[in-house]
Structure formats: C-alpha cells, structure tokens
Design a protein around this ligand. Structure first.
Ligand code: ADP
Ligand code: ZN
Length: 638
C-alpha cells in the first residue's frame, strides 16, 4: 500500500502544489516567434504579388521608357511596366529588384518623374512604419500575454503593482460544510480539537477566567490521514470561516513575497474573526533555520513573519491557527514554543475500527448490495490511510457502473482494493507457456510456504493474471485480526514466505528469474530491520545500529554505526536470508507433490482462492499417513 497516495479529489480548494517555475520564458519566446512569423508572412504576401527581376532588367525597362510606376524602398525598387499597367488591375503584375548600394535614388526618382513615370517614395516609409508599429503592437501584446500568464500562476498578483503589496491567494470558505461526523475514527484528535471549537463558540467563557487558549495546534500524521479534513471539520463544527493555504504557496520566486503573503493572510483573517487559519505542509516554510537543511533567506523571512503574526494577534479575537505536517522533526523550534503551535495532535493511520468507520463514512452515499461486508475490507486494508479508503470506495463504485450494475457489491470492493495495491488486471500481456509455468510455481511457492507454517497470515488469493503494476502474479495474504506487534517467529515466517517464490523456481526448474526481485528486496529490508532495529539477531542482540529519521513519511532508517559494524550487519542480514531460503526450499521439496498439484491447478484456473488452496492442503494431510503404516505405528505405541 502506498502511503503517499493522497486523494484530494474531495478537496478542490487545495492549491496546486507543482507550479512550474521559470516557464514564463516560454510565452516570451512565443511572442517573439509571433513577431518573426508575422513579418515573414507580410514579406511573403508582398513578394507573391511581385515578380523578382534583375537590376539590369529594371535599367533596361527604364532606358526603353517602358516604366509606368516605380516605388523606391530602402533596399529595393518595385516597378510596373506600361504593358502591365494597361491590363485590368486584377491581372497587373508588378516586378521588384534589389538596389545596389550607393546609388543616388533620389536623383533617379526625379529623372523618372520627369519622364512622366509615377514615383512613390513616401509609401515606402509609411509601409515600413506600419510594419514597425504592427511589430510593436504584437510585441506589447505578447508581453501582456506573458504578464497575464504570470499573474495567473502567481495567483492574482501581477508583476506590475504586485511587488510588496500582495493580494495573497488565500482560500476562504465561509462554511466548510464538514463536521466531525465526516471524519471517521481519530477520536483522540477530535477530543483535543473539541476545546478549540468550544473556545471559538464562546471566547468569553475562557477570557473571563483569564485562561489563555493555544493560538495554534499542529496536526501531525502521514499523508492522507485526514489532517485537512479535520481542520475543516473544526471550522464546520465551530461554524466559522476557514482560511487555507499551503506552506509551499509562501515560498515564492520573489524575495519578500512570502512574508507579505503571510501578513495579508492574517489581515484578511482578522477582518472576519473568529475563524480558522489552516496552513498545510507547514514544513515548507517552518523548516528549521539551522544549516542542516540548507539556508534560504526567503524561507527564513517568511517564517519570521509568520512567527510575529502569530505572536501579534490577540487570542481573544478568536483566530485559531492549525497547521499540518508529516515531518514534525524538521520544524523550527521557534514554531513550537508556548503560545505558538505548542499543541501537537497526532493524526494516526486508522486501526481496524477506524478503517471500518472510514469505509462506512465513504459508503454512506453509495448504494451497496446485500453481500457487502465492509469489515472484511477493513481487515484486508491494514496500513491504508483514509485517502486510500476513499479512493478504494470510489474505484468500486466506478467499477459497478462499468459493469452496468445498480449497486456496489463485495467483489467490486475487493477488486478495487487490488487495483489500489496492484494496479488493474492486464489481460493482454502475453506470456510464453514456460513463463506462465514459472509464475504459477513461483506464486504457489509463496502460498504453500505460508500455508504450511504456523505463524503465517492465511492466504486469501493466488493469481497469475498479470497486473498493470508490472506484477505477473501475486499471492495475497489477509490477516485475521489487526496486529500491532510481530514476534520474531512471525517475521522469520514472513521471510520464508517472501523467498518461497524464488525457492520454488530453484527447486522445480533449477533456475532463477527476475520475477523474484521485489520479493528479495522486501525480504532484505525486513531482515535488515530485524538486525538493526528489532534486536533479533544473534550477533548484535539488543544493539541498535540504525535509527528512523522521519517516521511519518517513508519511515526510512539510516545506519548509525561504525563502517566496520555496518559490514558485519550486512553479513548477518545475509545469514538470516540464507537460512530463510534454505528452510523455504526444504518445505517445498518435502511437499513437492502438493506444489505440482496446486501449480497445475493454478495454471488452468489462473486465480484460486485461499479456501481452494486449503482444500488441497487438507486433502494432502488426510492422505499423508498411509493407512497400514499408521495402524502399525499406533499398535506399536500402544
Ligand atoms: P491529509 O491532509 O492528511 O493529507 P486529507 O485530509 O487531505 O489528508 O484527506 C484526503 C481525503 O481522504 C479526505 O478528503 C477524505 O475523503 C479522506 N479521508 C482521510 N481521512 C479520513 C477520515 N478519517 N475519515 C473520512 N475520510 C477520510
Ligand atoms: Zn514473488
């Protein structure tokens, strides 16, 4: 499950975070190109009306007295012979030719005029003047176009008059229409926020006693856990306007813009107080000012402004600042000082009940068929955040529509769950027969190792239908209940299950394929965690050799030990993996008959359920003790 998969579809107000900086260069180029193309076209149009001749042709015509009309331009002359001039205007064809440098064209013009030839000299300049004016007009037009683009990009402030005084892009919602009922689970968070709501309802109650309320609270949690939703719900519950802006909006390309934006935001908010100001991704501005993350004077200015605004407003006014982040550890300590964002509200990934509630909230407006069991779905989605679940429900509804059904059924939900984790089925990937066999044995290898072990999660589905995510098949395990702890035995079982795919390839075909890459990666990182963080290796015992840096994002751990120790850690990880692999191979060799049987069945059916798998295994168990032998052993024992 991808924890970063946000679902902001319910949140159209959220500013677009990835604004392409520097692309105002493009419109400028377009304007320039327009000018060039225009003058080229003008030239072309003009040229097409005239035939090009040589200068000597022109002189010949002049000397023969055949010219009817000439027009001197800067570097060329246009002329029409008497023969052409006699024709009806539509058929007249004029000529032009280049003029050599240094000629006295004024004198020639006078000479020709004396011969009775019409000489236009002024038009020439007029024409080029028009061209020039036109070019300028286009150029200025282009510039305005550029400005316009910039203005839109920057959300309402043009370059002209926008400096310093910014009309910040602030999103105000008079009423969010969201209440706590729309936020499933998160009871602790709601409780902490309840006080703020009460305060917004009647500040006098608090000021009468002389209690100071926190001006701000920090919502901390992984992406998609519903921080924005909670903030909106607070505004909804308190029935006050909701200002929202993203931290990245403050970081502008012009120095000082961010600070003025902050000033503006608080000014606007003060006008409509009581209200909620919500700053999403506050880490974008609130990053620690020490050098560890690089120095950025613009960000620093913005942060200083933010701090002084927060210090500046009177709490009794009824402005409450909520901010969200998934990286609380990078925030500047100054932000977290008393009187600022001193309350930290953890918005956790939902547990089983939370997921069930979230599913209920999101299926409220969706027609469900009788067979839907949301609890099953909630069980299957351990680790998913609210946004994932919202996404899942929506996918299921879309699928039901695609299938022309009137209501969403359990299958829709299960399939969309797979879509969310594995991508959609890709029916037209063509595998060779050998590849298909390999994939089947690989998957059954996983499933069989899992199914034959005590501490494993039950297998719920095995499939060899390729998915768009690139997986050629997969084995899905579903925990029976929510678990927060794993024992060392369970982790070792998980390792064996992970390498079970590769083990099957090796045991059956004696080959190794690239299909196991992802398994190996996951197994390795699990084994590494066992050694470095969980204290589950013989060699290092309880010593930790890695520490987690940002637990609300990827939770990645960084090695935190001497290089020589790191090398030993690698050795230990390798040993654990080798043990798991040996065990998995042994399990599969011992149950080779079962492996073949199930794999052949899977090859035919392409997808088999956990129950079908267990039926094979149970049938095999009943077969195992040969009737005669068992009787003998029994009697012997008796
Ligand atoms: P965050 O701000 O933490 O990244 P959001 O508040 O933007 O997450 O959540 C995205 C969407 O996920 C919400 O609009 C909502 O549809 C859904 N969601 C997340 N958490 C919950 C929850 N606890 N209850 C109901 N829906 C939720
Ligand atoms: Zn695998």
């Amino acid at each position: 499950m991808d924890p970063n998969r946000g679902n902001d579809s319910n949140n159209p107000q959220k500013p677009d975070g990835n604004r392409p900086k520097g692309s105002y260069f493009t419109p400028l180029m377009i304007a320039l190109a327009l000018v060039l193309v225009f003058s080229w076209v003008m030239n072309l149009v003009e040229s097409s009306q005239y035939t090009q001749t040589t200068y000597s042709d022109f002189l010949e015509a002049k000397n023969a007295g055949q010219l009817a009309e000439v027009e001197f331009q800067t570097d060329r002359v246009l002329y029409m012979t008497k023969e052409e001039a006699a024709k009806p205007p539509a058929e007249q064809k004029a000529c032009y030719t280049g003029l050599p440098d240094g000629g006295d064209w004024a004198a020639m013009g006078e000479e020709l005029a004396a011969q009775g030839v019409t000489v236009n000299e002024k038009i020439v300049e007029d024409n080029s003047l028009i061209m020039m004016i036109l070019s300028y007009v286009i150029m200025i037009g282009g510039l305005f176009f550029v400005m316009n683009m910039l203005t839109k990009r920057m959300g309402g402030e043009g370059m002209m008059g926008g400096f310093g005084k910014s009309k910040a892009k602030v999103y105000m919602e008079k009423q969010t229409g969201v209440t706590f009922k729309d936020v499933a689970g998160q009871d602790e968070a709601k409780e902490s926020l309840q006080e703020i709501i009460d305060f917004l309802h009647n500040p006098q109650k608090y000021t009468a006693i002389g209690a100071k309320l926190p001006k701000g609270a920090l919502l901390v949690g992984s992406p998609g856990t519903g921080k924005t939703l909670l903030a909106k719900a607070v505004a909804g519950e308190a029935d006050v306007p909701f200002f929202s802006i993203s931290g990245s909006d403050f970081v502008e390309m012009f120095v000082g813009m961010g600070a003025s934006r902050v000033r503006d935001l608080f000014q606007q908010a003060a006008k409509v107080a009581p209200c909620i100001i919500f700053i999403d991704e506050i880490d974008a501005v609130g990053r620690s000012r020490d050098n560890r993350f690089g120095n950025n004077s613009e960000q620093e200015q913005t942060l200083n402004q933010l701090l002084s605004e927060i210090d500046g407003f009177e709490p009794s006014k009824g402005i409450v600042c909520l901010a969200a982040t998934n990286r609380p550890e990078v925030l500047d300590k100054a932000l977290l000082r008393p009187g600022r964002f001193d309350r930290r509200i953890i918005v956790d990934r939902p547990n089983l009940q939370g997921r069930l509630d979230t599913l209920k909230v999101h299926t409220r407006k969706i027609r469900l068929s009788e067979d839907v069991d949301l609890r099953k779905i909630a069980q299957a989605t351990a680790g998913a955040v609210g946004a994932d679940l919202a996404n899942l429900v929506n996918e299921a509804a879309l699928r039901a529509v695609r299938k022309g059904r009137q209501a969403v059924n359990q299958e829709d939900l299960l399939v969309s769950f797979e879509t969310v984790i594995a991508g959609t089925e890709k029916k037209n990937t063509v595998l060779t027969d050998m590849e298909k066999r390999l994939v089947a044995y690989h998957e059954v290898g996983h499933a069989l190792v899992a199914a034959l072990e005590k501490h494993s999660q039950p297998v719920s589905k095995i499939t060899i239908v390729p998915h768009t995510s690139g997986a050629l098949g997969y084995t899905m395990q579903m925990p029976e209940e929510e678990k927060f702890l794993s024992t060392a035995d369970e982790l070792r079982t998980e390792l064996r299950t992970l390498v079970g795919g590769r083990a099957a390839e090796q045991v059956v075909f004696g080959i190794q394929t690239t299909g196991a890459a992802n398994d190996i990666q996951r197994a390795t990182s699990l084994a590494r965690n066992m050694v470095t963080q969980y204290g589950m290796s013989e060699k290092f015992g309880l010593m930790t050799t890695a520490s987690v840096q940002n637990q609300y994002l990827d939770g990645q751990a960084y090695m935190d030990c001497a290089q020589s120790t790191a090398a030993q850690v690698d050795e230990e990880v390798k040993k654990i993996l080798e043990n798991a692999y040996t065990d998995a191979k042994r399990i599969l060799t011992d149950n080779r008959g079962l492996l073949d049987e199930i794999s052949e069945f899977l090859l035919v059916k392409e997808t088999i359920t956990g129950d079908e798998l267990m039926a094979f295994i149970n049938a095999d168990k009943n077969k195992l003790p040969e009737p005669q032998e068992s009787e003998e052993t029994q009697t012997a024992e008796e």
